[in-house]
Design a protein around this ligand. Structure first.
Ligand code: NAD
Length: 497
């Protein structure tokens, strides 16, 4: 496997952007390590890519679905073969530790095998007709050309959640990865075409908002699948609505972990360290609010501070590093700005709270794992997505209050409750307004064959993963077969007035 690929892929040909413009990509943990210059694609590149995808659609959509599944299985095999090399490059460009990027690739492998299996189960329905000698069924058809636009924090897993089911269902794809993880997107693309995807079935255009909006606005793109911030998702949703396109939006989160007084605090501690500081808190599902019962508040935050202070921060491709950098200067500045807001609002910086310093971290964008206490539900640090290693702690005195606090925000992606009370756990499954609830586990840990997505400001009603994702990537066609040999009029011939 190559280390770095700095070109677009259009109709099977690797090429630079039409304008020749590029953007630089650097290692967030070692700013002196420049990974490469990638094509800053524009309308012309996107247009070429969509044209290639449209022309490949005819053949690809007619291929028997299980034959498409064979290619997806080979993609899974190749991802397995290149897992470590790919993970190394992912860590280099987006920062999370190597053990986490290996998990990211594993999720893509699981998704490949899962999607391959589903190519043999793209079910429709057969149902009785209301008329004699007539047969009713529904079948699934691909939508056409799908535009895939993704964030950088799961640079391989998230694009595969979209592309593998899209391809399995017979669609062709134009993929625009994040400008903060272009190399991971290119390496993934190379693996996919090496596994046998015909030319034009998958096309790669690098770039930022310009390339993304050109893809969304292209009249020959039938559906858009997006993962990123709620602000960008809203713009994409407006454009797609105006153009009558199908669109799936997976956006921000502010995920609560509720800890009741009877919780197993050892278990809670492990879950919070992983949930709040894994991926440096830059997961859509990161635990960003701890809603804790007053009886265990002081003990829990004190033990959590010890763990947070002891986390080993550094370049994720080095041994034993537990937490990497944040993605870039803008990300770091946003986090530090929120800490100032929190202090002004009356929150206490209980642990961390500033840029990390030291020989291992001075050349990168590192922020200390941070715990804010004395946070109240109306504060901005309790309501807005900070997207960094910052946990806001809110104290509650009852289950009802915990649910009110958990639900009193714009987002609804993931959530967790720690309790030994089975009745309370079952109530919480229904009461928490979120697409995902974990009982006695952290807010993170999606599995490929389970639906993934959020409610309220996090999503627009679709799900990735699991069977539900195939609903997004297929159109239902209803077919009536009349073998009576005569004209039969539904609702007329079979009803006597
Ligand atoms: P972002 O919205 O800035 O960018 C996401 C993608 O959209 C990038 O590829 C970007 O180039 C593209 N883009 C930007 N402006 C665009 C426009 N006007 N038209 C079309 N495309 C455009 O988000 P980010 O900073 O890369 O990622 C962080 C965000 O992603 C967080 O809010 C996080 O919660 C969210 N996220 C959500 C999920 C989920 O499944 N819900 C998963 C991962 C990340």
């Amino acid at each position: 496997m190559k280390d770095v690929i700095t070109q677009n892929l259009i109709g099977g040909a690797w090429q630079d952007s039409a304008s020749g413009a590029t953007f630089k990509n650097i290692n967030p943990a070692r700013n002196s390590d420049e990974i490469g210059s990638f094509p800053e694609s524009g309308v012309e590149d996107v247009d070429d890519a969509v044209r290639a995808a449209r022309s490949a659609f005819k053949t690809w959509s007619r291929m028997p679905a299980p034959a498409r599944g064979d290619i997806l299985r080979r993609i899974g095999d190749l991802l397995t073969e290149h897992k470590s090399a790919l993970a190394f490059q992912m860590t280099r460009e987006m920062g999370k530790p190597f053990f986490e990027t290996k998990g990211d690739v594993q999720e893509a492998i699981d998704t490949a095998y899962y999607a391959a299996t589903e190519t043999r189960r793209l079910f429709g329905h057969t149902v009785p007709s209301e008329l004699p000698n007539k047969f009713n069924m529904s079948i699934r058809r691909p939508i056409g050309v799908v535009g895939v636009i993704t964030a950088w924090n799961f640079p391989v897993a998230v694009p595969t959640w979209k592309m593998f089911p899209a391809l399995a269902a017979g669609n062709t794809v134009v993929f625009k990865p994040s400008e903060d993880a272009p190399n991971s997107g290119a390496l993934l693309t190379k693996i996919m075409v090496d596994a046998g995807l015909p030319d034009g079935v998958l096309n790669l255009v690098q770039g930022g908002a310009g390339a993304g909006s050109a893809l969304v606005e292209h009249p020959d793109v039938n559906a858009v699948s997006f993962t990123g911030s709620t602000a960008t998702g809203s713009k994409i949703g407006e454009a797609c609505g105006r153009m009558h396109k199908r669109f799936s939006l997976e956006m921000g989160g502010k995920n609560p972990a509720i800890v009741m007084a009877d919780a197993d605090l050892d278990l809670v501690l492990e879950g919070l360290v992983w949930g709040a500081f894994g991926t440096t808190g830059q997961r859509c599902t990161a635990t960003s609010r701890l809603i804790v019962h007053e009886d265990v508040h002081d003990e829990l935050v004190s033990r959590l501070k010890q763990r947070a202070d002891a986390l080993r921060i550094g370049y994720g491709n080095e041994d034993k590093v537990e937490m990497g950098p944040v993605i870039n200067r803008k990300g770091a500045e946003k986090i530090l700005h929120y800490l100032e807001i929190g202090k002004e609002e009356g929150a206490t910086v209980y642990a961390g709270g500033k840029r990390a310093t030291g020989a291992d971290v001075d050349d990168g964008w590192f922020i200390e794992p941070t715990i804010l206490t004395d946070v109240t539900p109306e504060m901005r640090v309790a309501r807005e997505e900070i997207f960094g290693p910052v946990l806001s702690v809110l104290k509650i005195s009852s289950y009802e209050e915990a649910i009110d606090v958990a639900n009193n925000i714009e987002y609804g992606l993931s959530s967790a409750i720690y309790t030994k009370d089975v009745s309370m756990a079952f109530r919480a499954m229904h009461d928490i307004e979120a697409g995902i609830t974990y009982i006695n586990g952290p807010t993170i840990g999606a599995e490929a064959h389970m639906p993934f997505g959020g409610v309220k400001g996090t999503g627009n009603g679709h799900r990735e993963g699991g069977w539900e994702v195939f609903e997004f990537y297929t159109e239902t066609k209803t077919v009536y077969v009349d073998y009576s040999g005569r004209l039969q009029k539904a609702q007329i011939d079979n009803v006597e007035d």
